[in-house]
Write a protein that binds this ligand. Structure first.
Ligand code: MEV
Length: 303
């Protein structure tokens, strides 16, 4: 039995979303996780990071271990091999932890011949995310369990489609930091000075600007909001030299905007481009000069 899930990309609003501000995120269908279940004598994880008994899995797998335990208790099914194949880089801001939980949950529901509605799917993933980083906003869990974008705040979610023509190029910096760490870092800053709280509020305002830009199909205004958000994220200490290099390179090769996506302190960078040609130029530059893995998403005026 098999369950699959895709990753997610936050266009704007990471971190400030934890404090009740909005964020905009879209599913990342080119980046997927598959979980296959095979009934067996004991619970075993088979993955590129760890292969062995579930009970001996390293701390990174603790949320998954608890999720599997809770699903087993809910369905009273027997032990399984959980074979996980992922092309979403771990700790890179693309929602890998949420997507693993989503793929496992989907596979377990299928094995038990039970329908899985999106609300229930979200709840299971959010349970696992809460174990992974205590106070997740829910945007990752929502985005990996749905097939459209969201204008998201903790207590209000509006579906959003990107109907602006342009492209988004994504690069994986090769540096990783667990989201729990970057979220704890920002929490500490906001507790030490009001200035950091102001930056968070500013990021919230930029997410509203980005939404207005999407509604009025103004790609330059969207880019302005994304660039300003990158400045805020940098001021929060979430950038790295590599991210800065990738941002500069993207803009030198025609991107309207370039910023980190997700928790930061490494992870992925996204570049907004007005045309496919600009996007290809950015992609080439990133590949040749920084030797990074890249992806591209094209937006159409009528999505
Ligand atoms: C992580 O993908 C996004 C953060 O805003 C954390 C969260 O929303 O829970 C950094």
């Amino acid at each position: 039995m098999e369950g699959t899930a895709h990753g997610k990309i936050i266009l704007i609003g990471e971190h400030s979303v934890v404090y009740g501000h909005p964020a905009i995120a879209i599913p990342f269908n080119d980046s997927r996780i598959v979980c296959r279940l095979k009934p067996s004598e004991t619970d075993v994880i088979v993955s590129s990071l760890y292969e062995g008994p579930l009970s001996d899995a390293p701390p990174l797998f603790q949320p998954i271990r608890k999720l599997i335990g809770k699903l087993k208790a809910a369905f009273e099914h027997g032990p399984c091999h959980y074979i996980i194949e992922s092309d979403i880089p771990i700790g890179a801001g693309l929602g890998s932890s949420a997507a693993i939980a989503a793929a496992i949950t989907s596979a377990v529901y299928k094995m038990n011949d039970r329908p899985l509605d999106s609300r229930t799917h979200y709840e299971w993933v959010q349970y696992s995310e809460t174990l992974a980083h205590r106070n997740p906003s829910g945007i990752d869990a929502l985005c990996v369990t749905s097939d459209h974008g969201w204008f998201f705040t903790k207590n209000k979610r509006e579906p959003i489609e990107i109907t602006i023509s342009g492209s988004l190029v994504i690069a994986y910096s090769g540096e990783t930091t667990p989201t729990s760490q970057s979220v704890a870092h920002v929490r500490k800053l906001t507790e030490t000075s009001e200035d950091f709280q102001q930056i968070i509020n500013g990021l919230g305002g930029l997410a509203f600007q980005a939404k207005d830009a999407l509604v009025s199909k103004d790609i330059n205004a969207l880019g302005d909001a994304m660039n300003a958000a990158m400045e805020g994220l940098n001021a929060l200490g979430l950038s790295t030299e590599r991210i800065e290099r990738l941002n500069h390179l993207a803009k030198r090769h025609g991107a309207i905007a370039s910023k980190l996506t997700g928790g930061g302190m490494g992870g992925c960078v996204i570049a907004l481009c007005a045309s496919e040609k600009d996007a290809e130029n950015v992609r080439d530059a990133w590949t040749k000069e920084e030797n990074v893995r890249t992806w591209k998403i094209n937006f159409r005026e009528e999505a």
